[in-house]
Write a protein that binds this ligand. Sequence first.
Ligand SMILES: NC(=O)c1ccc[n+]([C@@H]2O[C@H](COP(=O)([O-])OP(=O)(O)OC[C@H]3O[C@@H](n4cnc5c(N)ncnc54)[C@H](O)[C@@H]3O)[C@@H](O)[C@H]2O)c1
Length: 244
Amino acid sequence: MSLKNKTAIVTGARQGIGKGIVLALVKEGCNIVVSDIVEDDCKKVVEEIEKLGVRGLAVKCDVSKKDEVDNLIKKTIEKFGKLDILVNNAGIYPFKSFMEMTESDWDKVMNVNLKSIFLCSQTAAKEMNSGSKIINISSIAAFVGFEGLVHYCASKGGVNAMVRALALELAQKKINVNVIAPGAIDTPGATSSEEQKKQTISAIPWARMGTSEDIANAVVFLASEKSNYITGQVIVVDGGWTLR
Ligand SMILES: NC(=O)c1ccc[n+]([C@@H]2O[C@H](COP(=O)([O-])OP(=O)(O)OC[C@H]3O[C@@H](n4cnc5c(N)ncnc54)[C@H](O)[C@@H]3O)[C@@H](O)[C@H]2O)c1
């Protein structure tokens, strides 16, 4: 499943699932644009991957801002001359009870988790050729409710619904658009107490939290030509959590 000399952008890539995706794509030979809101952290990831023999580029980008997204794609083309794979991974999940949620809490989550997919995918698709891949990280929160995450659940449901329509339009350009919906993944963003972790694990048939690698392995498949006939689909990677 070699992705040698492909160019990939990963958003939200300085840590967690995003960084796991970067490392997995690097193993397949991809050159990577490491993008996040903290530039120094992106540069550290680039230093790390360049030691593994691929080329990297760090670009600061808040995915909810059109001018920064435009700059991300422009810098990518300037450095690598093409874009083959876009992984829309950046996302936030700030807990807030519904009755205390403000309009700005709602807007922030929608902008970072959903509007970003519109901005990044549209700008990227203008540069992409036939055979390119757009992979979006949504969540099982699109299928099951989580208290304190009404805005988040709505945003991730939006991603899944949006991708079905987007995949139809981009089929004309033979660009595959798919979604991975992770379950509970152990990342810096998903901090929880040992007690909460135990409770979560008790709901997972696989009896463990997921890792960034679990998600990254599915990304590698969707980024490869092995998935050429799959588009507009959601792959749930949750150790069986949503089966019950
Ligand atoms: N960890 C989980 O259990 C879990 C479960 C389901 C889905 N997800 C999804 O996976 C993705 C990654 O989550 P994670 O757990 O690795 O989180 P994380 O907080 O560890 O990493 C998210 C990254 O996104 C970046 N980011 C935040 N706002 C941004 C913005 N406006 N522009 C660009 N980058 C921004 C952060 O700086 C961070 O590096 C998210 O979309 C999240 O919703 C995570």
